[in-house]
Write a protein that binds this ligand. Structure first.
Ligand code: G4P
Length: 298
């Protein structure tokens, strides 16, 4: 196999978003007591703002690994330890079902116990704790906030890249959340980050070539979860095949025939991405804590 079997893609980024996100974080930081980053548990590295450590300054921070229902539990446990080792508070949630969400308010109070003591000493009884919620589009911010609030407080929807205005959400028991616009902020120069975001639906896969995305995803699955391919698509991935050949192999098994001996790999790429999105391939994480740096600055 070649050193780098992954195909290069031409990714259309959205210039300006990064700066906009930074400005928004900086401007609103003075209004909050803590910063809560919601990450996709399947891609904690790619779904993270690479500048968050610098931007958040010394505000106490809570990391939420969301979508644990779709992530590999063993890998999520390793991510949890990695973040804890860096001194960050961490919660694991499935915002869709609400699993883990009830621990949020107690976790914030634990994180800000010194602040609460300070309020009490100053006689500021009833002053709510204010937390900025950060997360890339489609990571589950609205769903999470709705669950925490126990009512429909934020607007949920599957619209990658849609920007909303910031809003305060008052939660019972002395907690206010600052919901921030869903702005895309990850590293603009990394193809891998782009692919991870497209595979997990944070950015529209239409900005990428679907077949190449599917082919590269196949290679990743062969490397980390070959049994998922065997179970779902009924073939053992050949170590010498490239990503397109793996797609073709799966297309054959699915009977996606176009004409004499020719298979529809674009349809197969769409099927693969769709089935991953729906959790039909199983609980698969796409990033491991030790396959790249995690600079938390702590
Ligand atoms: P955002 O505010 O960060 O942009 O995200 P939002 O809450 O709108 O959530 C985006 C999609 O992700 C929603 O799906 C939501 O149901 C889903 N989601 C959020 N948290 C979780 C989770 O922990 N697990 C799972 N499995 N899904 C989660 P949708 O747009 O209604 O459709 P679909 O993605 O479910 O098909």
């Amino acid at each position: 196999m070649a050193d780098n079997p992954y195909e290069k893609m031409n990714i259309q980024w959205f210039p300006g978003h990064m700066t906009k996100a930074q400005r928004m974080i900086e401007e609103n930081l003075k209004l909050v007591d803590a910063v809560c980053e919601i990450l996709d548990a399947r891609i904690p590295r790619s779904s993270r703002n690479p500048d968050i450590d610098r931007l958040a300054g010394d505000k106490p921070r809570l990391v939420i690994l969301n979508r644990i229902d779709l992530a590999d539990p063993a890998v999520t446990a390793r991510w949890r330890r990695t973040f804890e080792d860096k001194g960050l508070a961490i919660l694991e949630t499935d915002a869709k079902s609400g699993k883990g969400v009830k621990d949020f308010a107690p976790a914030v109070r634990r994180l800000l116990k010194d602040k609460l003591a300070e309020f009490e000493a100053k006689g500021q009884v009833g002053r709510p704790l204010r937390v900025m919620i950060l997360g890339i589009p489609n990571v589950g911010k609205s769903t999470f906030i709705n669950k925490v609030a126990g009512r429909k407080a934020a607007i949920a929807g599957d619209k990658p890249g849609v920007t909303r205005g910031k809003q305060w959400i008052n939660i019972d028991r002395g907690l206010d959340l600052l919901d921030t616009p869903g702005i895309l902020w990850p590293k603009f120069d990394s193809q891998e980050v782009g692919e991870m975001l497209a595979i997990t639906n944070a950015i529209k896969a239409d900005v990428l070539d679907k077949e190449t995305l599917g082919a590269n995803f196949m290679l990743r699955l062969r490397e980390y979860y070959p049994q998922a391919l065997t179970e779902r698509y009924k073939f053992s991935p050949d170590p010498d095949m490239n990503g397109f050949e793996l797609l073709e192999e799966a297309a054959k098994k699915r009977g996606f025939l176009v004409s004499r001996g020719e298979y529809d790999i674009e349809r197969m790429a769409n099927t693969l991405l769709g089935e991953y999105h729906d959790g039909k391939l199983g609980r698969l994480s796409l990033e491991q804590p030790d396959d790249g740096s995690l600079d938390t600055g702590k």
